[in-house]
Write a protein that binds this ligand. Structure first.
Ligand SMILES: [Cu+2]
Ligand SMILES: [Zn+2]
Length: 167
């Protein structure tokens, strides 16, 4: 807490800019798929942005969530646990009445299986002391199917084809 405060002061007062943290990860293929890609997270000031680039997906719509455990070790990705849900809400579409803090939404893969999703929020942080906001120690999961934003608590998104440990 003290260190975080001091570093914020350092960034804003001494450098005259807000702090920026960037972490780049590689997507691990899961469930016998060939999924590849990168997930880049950046925190600038109070905003965290995600730039997700995925390859070798099946063409079409795939759910993307942050799951509660930063563990991609299981071949089917089940070690990542359920959706990250610190506020104990129902599953849903981001920004609607009810949604999990990990309910990013869907990405669309083209006919070659290539997909890009960018996302930005001030509801997350990278490594802050507020565990209801901190994405470090969680995982990002790419699913076989689309999120219907209705089925509880998963969105009926099917298997897990890609996994990123957010360390
Ligand atoms: Cu998921
Ligand atoms: Zn959810």
């Amino acid at each position: 807490m003290k260190i975080a405060k001091i570093s914020m002061l350092f960034c804003s007062a001494v450098l005259g800019v807000s702090c920026t943290t960037t972490k780049n990860y590689t997507v691990n293929s899961k469930s016998g798929t060939m999924t590849q890609g990168t997930a880049d997270f950046t925190q600038k000031g109070k905003t965290v942005s995600l730039d997700l680039n995925v390859y070798k997906l099946t063409p079409g719509i795939h759910a993307v969530h942050i799951h509660e455990k930063g563990d991609c070790s299981a071949t089917d990705g089940s070690s990542a646990g359920g959706h990250w849900n610190p506020s104990k809400n129902d599953h849903g579409k981001w920004g609607s009445e009810h949604f999990h803090m990990g309910d990013i939404g869907n990405l669309v893969a083209d006919k070659d299986g290539t997909a890009r999703l960018t996302f930005k929020t001030d509801k997350w942080c990278m490594g802050c002391s507020d565990e209801s906001k901190n994405i470090i120690g969680k995982s990002l999961i790419i699913h076989a199917d689309r999120d219907d934003f209705k089925t509880q608590p998963t969105g009926n998104a099917g298997g897990r084809v890609g996994c990123v440990e957010i360390k």
